[in-house]
Ligand binder design. Structure first.
Ligand SMILES: Nc1nc2c(c(=O)[nH]1)N[C@H]1C(S)=C(S)[C@@H](COP(=O)(O)O)O[C@H]1N2
Ligand SMILES: [Mo]
Length: 335
């Protein structure tokens, strides 16, 4: 078994998905398959795509956090080990391979972070992380996490309910959706500097929820994992966790939360609207156009190559809590 920091997407993703994703990225960038095998002036970025980025800046370990452990959220599930939670990541601002974020996200400056809450609210506010820690006591919640690429983890996140922050801002009666934005910092994020490294995404990464989804008690703003402050590869210092939705909804390193009237644009939907909808609810009955969503590879404590395949659960196992949000909604249409 290779050490986690040497893993590439090839090690843990079925060849088909790996190649499909690469084709998708190349297509988005208008690059032919032949171009990738020919040495070009773009060799530097090609090496990024191959997981050999030269620029490498690992982050120091996060500070231990104070938090409670509410019994109803300490699910009795086998956890994904910490080195995989923090070493196998999607954060395209730092490259496309799963090992890139851990290797490179140390360049993200998280000191003096500010998060702005505005739009359709009575009390717009700008908070720094100290304000957040003072106002919102942290708790640990063990949540399933299911990526749209059909792999999954179980993660002990630390954070607080997004709804508490939204209530403090007092949404107006016009507020129907919540829009989120990741930091835009090209000097700190190689994928924002170079379209090729960043997978053809127009940054900053944006996401959104309906207001009722955002107010749901399972929806969390997350500031830590495994007892410590989030490492940058997991979205330091604050990211979204919505356990019944595909991982791409869990936007990282948030600087802006805006309450709005109309459904906001979302990054993966903008890139491929036929493959990634606004909702992103985990659903084993609605396949991705290029692969089945019926099962998933659980990344647990076993060797990374003998990962277990397990059935995917409707709403990722949280149907009892969230199915009522979608009464009357055609989940096939609204994927
Ligand atoms: N800003 C930003 N947020 C992001 C992503 C990203 O590329 N950029 N990737 C998403 C995807 S696809 C997943 S699966 C999760 C991964 O979170 P993790 O690396 O902490 O497990 O982050 C999500 N949030
Ligand atoms: Mo994902």
């Amino acid at each position: 078994m290779k050490p986690v920091d040497k893993l590439t997407e090839n090690d843990v993703t079925p060849e088909s998905i790996f190649n499909a994703r690469r084709r998708q990225v190349m297509k988005a960038l208008g690059i032919s398959a032949a171009a990738l095998s020919v040495p070009t002036a773009r060799a530097d970025v090609l090496s990024w795509l191959q997981g050999k980025g030269k620029e490498s800046q690992k982050a120091p370990a996060g500070k231990p956090l104070d938090f409670s452990k509410p019994a109803q959220y300490q699910a009795d599930l086998a956890l994904t080990p910490e080195d995989k939670v923090t070493g196998y990541n999607n954060f395209y601002e730092f490259g496309l391979d799963k090992a890139d974020p851990a290797a490179n996200a140390g360049s993200l400056k998280t000191a003096d972070w500010k998060i702005e809450i505005g739009g359709e609210v009575m009390k717009p506010m700008t908070l720094d992380m100290d304000d957040i820690f003072k106002r919102f006591p942290l708790e640990q919640r063990i949540y399933r996490m299911r990526c749209v690429e059909a792999w999954s983890m179980v993660v002990p996140w630390i954070g607080f309910e997004l709804g508490k922050l939204l209530k403090a801002a007092e949404p107006t009666s016009n507020a129907r959706y919540v829009a989120f934005q990741t930091i835009y910092a090209p000097e700190e994020m190689p994928g924002q500097r170079d379209r090729f490294v960043g997978g053809g995404i127009d940054y900053p990464y944006v996401e959104g929820l309906r207001l009722d989804e955002a107010m749901h008690p399972l929806t969390m703003l997350t500031t830590g994992v495994y007892g410590k402050a989030l490492p940058p590869q997991n979205g330091a210092p604050i990211r979204l966790t919505v356990p019944w939705k595909y991982g791409f909804k869990g936007i990282k390193s948030i600087v802006k939360i805006t309450l709005v009237k109309a459904q906001p644009p979302t990054t993966w939907n903008l890139l491929a609207s036929n493959e990634y909808g606004f909702y992103g609810n985990v659903n084993p009955h609605v396949d991705h156009p290029r692969w089945s969503q019926a099962t998933e590879r659980f990344i647990g404590s076993g060797g990374i190559l003998d990962v277990k395949r397990q059935p995917t659960l409707l709403f990722n196992g949280y149907a009892d809590q969230v199915a009522s949000l979608y009464k009357g909604l055609d989940l096939r249409e609204n994927f």
